[in-house]
Design a protein around this ligand. Structure first.
Ligand code: KG4
Ligand code: ZN
Length: 358
C-alpha cells in the first residue's frame, strides 16, 4: 500500500511516498533553515510563504524519485498539527486538494505521532529495523516539544514527563543564539562541543520537590547566560567550546536521567527515541550506555528521520489505516482542518473519528 505524505508544520516542506508505512520510496525535504537563519529562528509568515513556493515542486520530485504515478497511491496522509498554523495550512490544503481531485482517502496525522513512528522506516535496500513491543516508553525531543510518553498501544498514549518550560531543542537554539552561533543551534553546538571540556561548568540537574519527573531547560539557559556575564564578554576560543560542551552535557544528562526514571516508574524496558534532538550523538551514546547497563533497549531511527520529514507521517498514517480497515471504518476525512495545538495523549483510535466535527 503506497501512501503519499505531506508535512509542513514548521520550516521544512516535506513529501514522501512510503510502502506499507515502512519502505521509503521517496523522501523529499526542502528545508528553509537558510531563510530563517538570519532571524535566529523560524519566522512564521516567511515559513508559510516558502511552503507555498515549495510544495508543488516537492510533490513532483517525490513522484519522480519513487517512479510511481498517482494511480498507484492508496491514501494521502498529512500533518494536521501541532505546529505553525499558517505553515500547516499549506500542506493540509494541498493534500486535501489532491485527495479530492484524485478521489483518495485523506488521513490526518499528529506531528508528534509521526516522530514516534519514524522508528519503523527503512530505505528500499536497507534492513527492516527492530519494531518496538508494546508497552514501551518514548522520548520525543525536538525544537517544539520535549516529553516522555508511555505507549500502551499505538493510540493509547500517556504522558510520563513533560517540559515545564522550553523544549530541549529550543534550549540548544537559544544558547546558540546567545553565543552568535546561528540557527539551528543543535548541530553547531554538537560539532563545536567535540573540542570542549564538558566538565568545565557544573550545571545542576533540575529536580522538583514533589518528585515529579518533569523536565526543565530554562534554568540551564539562564545558567549559560550567567556564565557569559561572569566572563565579562562573549567567550571565545577554548572558553566558548568549554561552555557549550558543558551545556550540551547538562542537557543530555537531564534527558537520560528523566528517561531512566520514567521507564522505571512505568515498568518498561524499551525506549524509542524521536525528534530533531535525537540526532545528537552524545544523547544517543549516553542513553544507549545507561540502558545497556540496565539490560534495557534503546531504539532510535536513523538521523535523517529524526528531524522533520514526510516519511514519518506516512508511517503513522499506515497504522491508522490498518486499524480502520480491521474495524471496518472509513478513516478518510476531507473535512480536516489544521490545529496549532494537539497534545499526543489526546490521540484517539480511528473509530472515534467518524462523524467528528472540525
Ligand atoms: O524535530 P525537529 O526537526 O523540528 C521540530 O519538530 O521541532 O527538531 C528541530 C530541533 C532544533 O531545535 C534543532 O536545534 C535540534 O532539533 N537539533 C539538534 C541536533 N540536530 C537538530 N539538537 C541537538 N543536537 C543535534 N545534533
Ligand atoms: Zn518535529
Amino acid at each position: 500500500m503506497l501512501i503519499l505524505s505531506v508535512e509542513s508544520s514548521c520550516d521544512e516542506t516535506a513529501v514522501a511516498i512510503v510502502d506499507s508505512g515502512k519502505k521509503v520510496l521517496a523522501d523529499i525535504v526542502s528545508s528553509q533553515t537558510q531563510i530563517h537563519a538570519k532571524f535566529g529562528g523560524v519566522v512564521p509568515e516567511l515559513a508559510s510563504r516558502n511552503h507555498l513556493l515549495d510544495i508543488i515542486p516537492v510533490i513532483d520530485q517525490a513522484f519522480s524519485k519513487a517512479n510511481v504515478s498517482m494511480d498507484q497511491i492508496s491514501a494521502i496522509a498529512v500533518t494536521r498539527g501541532p505546529g505553525l498554523i499558517g505553515a500547516l495550512l499549506v500542506g493540509l490544503q494541498s493534500a486535501k486538494a489532491l485527495a479530492y481531485v484524485h478521489q483518495k482517502p485523506l488521513i490526518e496525522v499528529n506531528h508528534l505521532h509521526g516522530h514516534l513512528n519514524a522508528i519503523y522506516l527503512h530505505g528500499p535496500d536497507e534492513p527492516v529495523p527492530v519494531a518496538p513491543q508494546y508497552p514501551h516508553a518514548a522520548l520525543v525531543v525536538s525544537g517544539g516539544h520535549t516529553a516522555i510518553y508511555l505507549l500502551k498501544t499505538p493510540y493509547d498514549i500517556e504522558v510520563l514527563a513533560n517540559t515545564m518550560d522550553d523544549a530541549a531543542g529550543e534550549a540548544f537554539d537559544k544558547v546558540a543564539r546567545m553565543l552568535g552561533l546561528g540557527y539551528p543551534g543543535g548541530p553547531v553546538i554538537e560539532k563545536m562541543s567535540k573540542n570542549g571540556n564538558p566538565q568545565a561548568y557544573d550545571f545542576p540537574l533540575p529536580r522538583f520537590k514533589d518528585g515529579r519527573l518533569d523536565l526543565s531547560f530554562s534554568g540551564l539557559k539562564t545558567a549559560v547566560l550567567t556564565a557569559i556575564k561572569k566572563h565579562g564578554s562573549l567567550p571565545e576560543g577554548q572558553a566558548m567550546l568549554d561552555l557549550i560542551a558543558s551545556f550540551q552535557m547538562a542537557a543530555v544528562s537531564q534527558l537520560v536521567d528523566r528517561s531512566l526514571s520514567a521507564m522505571q516508574r512505568a515498568s518498561v524496558s524499551t525506549l524509542v527515541l524521536a525528534g530533531g534532538v535525537a540526532c545528537n550523538t552524545l544523547l544517543r551514546e549516553k542513553l544507549a550506555q545507561a540502558l545497556n547497563e540496565r539490560n534495557m533497549t534503546l531504539l532510535a531511527p536513523p538521523k535523517k528521520w529524526c528531524t522533520d520529514n514526510g516519511a514519518m507521517i506516512a508511517a503513522a498514517a499506515y497504522w491508522w489505516i490498518e486499524e480502520a480497515k480491521n474495524k471496518g471504518y472509513d478513516p478518510s476525512m476531507l473535512q480536516l482542518n489544521a490545529t496549532s495545538t494537539w497534545p499526543l495523549h489526546t490521540l484517539k483510535a480511528p473509530e472515534s473519528m467518524v462523524n467528528r466535527a472540525y
